[in-house]
Design a protein around this ligand. Sequence first.
Ligand code: CLF
Ligand code: SF4
Length: 514
Amino acid sequence: MEPGNHNAIAQLRVMHPATRVSGANGCSSKGGNGKSSCGSSAGQGDLSPKVWEKIKNHPCYSEEAHHHYARMHVAVAPACNIQCNFCNRKYDCSNESRPGVVSERLLPEQAARKVLAVASTIPQMTVLGIAGPGDPLANAEKTFRTFELVAQTAPDIKLCLSTNGLMLPDYVDKIAAMNIDHVTITINMVDPHVGVRIYPWVFYNHKRHTGVEASRILSERQLLGLEMLTARDILCKVNSVMIPGINDRHLVAVNKAVKSRGAFLHNIMPLISAPEHGTVFGLNGQRGPTAQELKLLQDSCEGEMQMMRHCRQCRADAVGLLGEDRSAEFTTEKVMGMEVNYDLASRQAYQEKVEMKRQAVVAARNVELATLAGEQSDLSILIAVATKGGGRINEHFGHAREFHIYEVSTAGSKFVGHRRVDNYCQGGYAEEDSLETVVRAINDCRAVFVARIGSCPREGLTSAGIEPVDRFALEYIEQSAIAYFKEYLERVRSGEVEPSQRGDADIRQGALIA
Ligand code: CLF
Ligand code: SF4
């Protein structure tokens, strides 16, 4: 579609216009009064039906959902009104994206057509997010116009917004009026003296502010915006970038501050910083956290509120399940050539099947979990899993671009993160050097579950103390993890294995363009 072709949306075939699934009546988020079940794999748990309806197929707000449902971003928001030391304008917004250039910036009409094209092709795509590449509320007109067009033509798609929060208080009423049910605010500090090391300036009220004053304005606006949103029962997630030596310890205070203002979920992400990104932090050698540092901080905050651990710091034009990127299939040129056939009824029918599969995953996990009843042990282990989604161990070791990490103990299994890696198998031949990077990425794990694995990587992993396990190929992840843990306990009790501590692991730095 040519830029500015406003008629294109009207030409799209919309077979079943319907009311928005994501209701206008808000929700009864537990707000600041307690930890909720969201973001975990616990299913509805203690969530109210209204909140559950909002999160159950949102891949970012529900860890369990992220194995089954996809999201997409449209890059309609190029400008930004603040400067973060971890951002370079040539790259995606680090608030919501990994640092890779956005392939295309879109006009709202192009974006809306792309949404329908994706919705027609990927029926489990349930969420449209606007997350950059700049700040969506610094580009408010384009952002809201895009949401408006999508709400008219694809009423079942949840609308999701991610912002640095500077302009948030000005737009809360608009956000509520447009049924945007999910808002993410990136809050890296609540103390301007910490902020001064993260934000060199903010542009507010027609003026560029610097120093402590800049961070004071930003923090006040962020927290005010958060309070205003939660007062309207809009689900709020807070993203925080963990920057060792700058805000790592301070993020516990951020966690408390956002919890007390009703945030629903806290997502502490590792700083991604490399010199080639051209950011202030990248150029001055500021490191990101190790896997263990990140997990320790997330664990220490988890008593306060539910933590998101499955964020992929995705691009501002990402499409697909978290962890996969199908954006190259939906360039403007390709979208223009596609027959767009948005069919709400068939989307819903497909999603009902997804729901049944999802329930089967949970049921299998619960049956296995019941067999742990009465087990007494302080041991817990980490397991890396090669998966393509669906909650199953269905990826070959050599094809995995990331591993899901599960922590297993007598309490059950829990998703605690993911690790990106270079493909071990590079188009038919094995890349021996990449085994070393894989080992470093999952070095804290006791075992790696795969659908298949060759003899060379099997030997390399074994000698690194990581057991390659393919006997659960194609089985459910959590059910298998619990079964493995029971065997592990028996092996420890029989003296066959020593329950020694594993080492730390690397979080991969640098751009990853799918
Ligand atoms: Fe996009 Fe963000 Fe909505 Fe998700 S992403 S706007 S809440 S639909 Fe999700 Fe991506 Fe992490 Fe963001 S994995 S970077 S948390
Ligand atoms: Fe970059 Fe996003 Fe920060 Fe703006 S808010 S400077 S786009 S990371």
